[in-house]
Ligand binder design. Structure first.
Ligand SMILES: [Mn+2]
Length: 389
């Protein structure tokens, strides 16, 4: 196989998981803007996600969020999984929610009151039940827990509560199921956050065991953080469970991945490729909201941005790079990396898509498909998915 053929083959195996919540209405704490044609049910979210996969060929799974995607009935989740498969996609990670209830004002799994902790852990256990029903492999945990004021609660005790709660959920995981622990350095808590960084997440995952791994949300870092170093380190330790991709200019902006800093995304994907992380064992998920732009084309664009960064990462001449590094050739090594980054990979990706039987231009093909007009015409009445308004 030629080198280019190997790059193409790798790109065809790419899998980017799209989040159900990206198809619903969203906004900032100032305003949620409603859009026409937005899904009213988890089923309709899957219908939209299937469009993204149909036009990109590399978005085969959809993450659910509980309770936003809760369905009724004993067979509800099995039916949801069937609905997805009939449309050519599968259900992916189950995301828990321990941040939208009045009981969680002082935290969830780290709350000082054992009764609230019980409620939070029970919710996480329910999420594992749902994984059993959907066939999902990953439980993705993000905690809004923390404190706003010095002395508000005992920082150390909160870590103990966190460890205890996580251990109970970990024990409940079945074969082939994982716990992916996400970190975020601030917000909604501002003084301390109980899982603020990869080190804290890693320490808990290490103690829990092999089924616990760290999720890197690209938006959850301080400005200037070298995220690719974190990725390289977690891969080296066998603890990189996956990504929540998005873009940030300031904080947790949840903008389209690759929009704010495509060079950073390339550097991250290079470390993924370099570290042997371009495998199904690492979940490449989007965690984004599309507040002002049309949602489905924005998600298609996001998937394409990940593809472009991946293609460039795969094009790095690692033999030449290793030689330059070994020779101490600072500028030469940097040039090898920059050559790959500065390659226009769009023609290559158009070829890849055509070889996959897809339209070379997913955005244009989606626009021509009439899906956007169809959902505006058909999804009239009912309660649109989304949060706040
Ligand atoms: Mn996230």
């Amino acid at each position: 196989m030629t080198e280019l053929a190997a790059v193409k083959a790798a790109l065809k195996t790419q899998a980017v998981e799209t989040p159900s919540w990206a198809y619903g209405n969203s906004g900032t704490r100032f305003k949620v803007f409603a859009q026409q044609g937005v899904p009213r049910t988890p089923y309709e979210k899957l219908d939209d996600a299937a469009q993204v996969h149909a036009f990109t060929g590399v978005a085969p799974t959809v993450a659910l969020h509980i309770p936003w995607d809760k369905v009724d009935g004993s067979d509800g989740y099995a039916e949801l999984a069937k609905h997805a498969e009939e449309r050519g996609v599968k259900l992916g990670a189950i995301n828990s929610n321990t941040f939208q209830d009045d009981d969680y004002r002082l935290g969830s799994i780290c709350h000082p009151d054992a009764a609230v902790r019980r409620k939070a852990v029970d919710h996480l256990l329910e999420c594992v039940d749902i994984m059993d029903a959907t066939g999902s492999a990953d439980l993705k945990l993000w905690f809004a827990d923390g404190t706003n004021y010095p002395g508000q609660d005992d920082i150390r005790a909160r870590q103990d509560r966190l460890a205890e709660g996580l251990a109970e959920v970990y024990e409940r995981l079945g074969d082939g199921q994982r716990m992916l622990l996400e970190y975020k350095f601030f917000e909604p808590a501002f003084y301390t956050t109980d899982v603020p960084d990869w080190g804290t997440a890693y320490a808990h995952c290490l103690k829990l065991g092999e089924k616990a791994q760290v999720v890197v949300d690209t938006g959850h870092h301080a400005p200037g953080t070298n995220i690719e170093f974190i990725v390289a380190t977690l891969l080296r330790e066998g603890k990189l469970g996956g990504f929540d991709f998005n873009s940030r200019f300031y904080a947790d902006d949840d903008l389209m991945v690759g929009a704010a800093d495509p060079f950073q995304l390339f550097r991250i994907m290079y470390e993924v490729v370099r570290g042997g992380g371009f495998t199904p064992e690492v979940a490449f998920m989007l965690d984004q909201c599309h507040n002002i732009e049309a949602k489905i084309p924005a998600i298609i664009r996001s998937v394409m941005n990940v593809q472009e960064a991946t293609a460039k990462a795969l094009l790095v001449d690692r033999v030449a790079l290793a030689e330059a590094q070994a020779a101490g050739d600072v500028l030469g090594a940097n040039a090898v990396v920059m050559d790959a980054y500065n390659t226009d990979v769009r023609p290559l990706l158009r070829e890849v898509r055509e070889e996959m039987g897809l339209d070379a231009d997913p955005i244009a093909a989606y626009a021509r498909s009439g899906w956007a007009e169809k959902i505006v015409a058909e999804r009239v009445g009912g309660q649109q998915a989304g949060w706040g308004a």
